[in-house]
Design a protein around this ligand. Structure first.
Ligand code: ZN
Length: 250
């Protein structure tokens, strides 16, 4: 279905895929970018998998924070967030240093391996072409995901992996510079919020929650997420939406 708000053609919904792999730079990026969509698909039988590129070790404003502990905490939180979405696939941590992610050849081989193992019908990732974005990891994670997709689909890349090549049917890029696809996530906002609230170590730095016990602060964060989904949804004529750049010719 295509509708045209403000002259831009936006497609609404694609069929629920059998498998989906979401590749994020940091623990929590997948939930912010596509959490409601993944929850909707998981409930409809899609096997949802996560791949997190960095260790999340910069995700604290406290200079005295124990970094090794933070890395371990963020993995636990990411697994809990995936469960909150209903994800039944794998949750892989590439373990690159937060803030120093590169879309290099070594990283490409490792991400291509995960794509070949998971065999996603839909690959979700950061839009690396998003203008004016400052965080280098988000750019690098987007390029890394797409570079790895190209490698994963071609049998002459990494034959030593012993894995069959795999070509996803569709790529959906979140934080998209030009949104041309919206998933209707009406009714799935709560799951996205619940998953985001599993990332408790990020409450101060990302969620703007100083005190997790303060219901007003949690409610304010929840409203922020709901307002964003409502705004995106409006552009596609639905109550709540997540927006993407969609690529079908992978
Ligand atoms: Zn991030």
């Amino acid at each position: 279905m295509a509708i045209e708000p403000a002259g831009i053609s936006v497609h609404l919904d694609r069929p629920v895929p059998r498998t989906a792999l979401a590749i994020g730079a940091h623990p929590d990026d997948v939930e912010f970018g596509s959490g409601a969509t993944l929850a909707k698909w998981a409930a409809a039988g899609c096997a949802v998998s996560h791949l997190v590129c960095t260790d999340g070790s910069k995700g604290s404003w406290d200079p005295s924070e124990d970094v090794a502990e933070l890395i371990a905490t963020r993995q636990v939180e990411q697994r809990a967030a995936a469960r909150a979405l209903g994800a039944t696939g794998t949750c892989t941590f590439l373990g690159e240093v937060d803030g120093e992610l590169e879309a290099g050849l070594e990283q490409r081989e490792r991400v291509a391996r995960v794509i070949r193992e998971v065999q996603p019908e839909v690959l979700l990732a950061h839009d690396p072409w998003k203008r004016w974005r400052l965080h280098p990891d988000h750019r690098a994670a987007g390029f890394l995901a797409l570079d790895a997709l190209v490698a994963a689909r071609d049998p002459h890349y990494y034959p030593a992996q012993g894995l069959a090549p795999h070509r996803p049917t569709t790529v959906l890029l979140w934080e998209a510079d030009e949104v041309d696809h919206v998933e209707d996530v009406t009714g799935w906002t709560d799951r996205k919020v619940a998953a985001l609230l599993e990332h408790r170590s990020q409450f101060r730095s990302t969620h703007d929650i100083d005190d997790p016990e303060d219901v007003d602060q949690v409610a304010r964060f929840t409203r922020r997420v709901e307002d964003r989904l409502a705004e995106v949804g409006r552009a596609a004529g639905v109550s709540a939406g997540e927006g993407f750049k969609r690529i079908d010719r992978t």
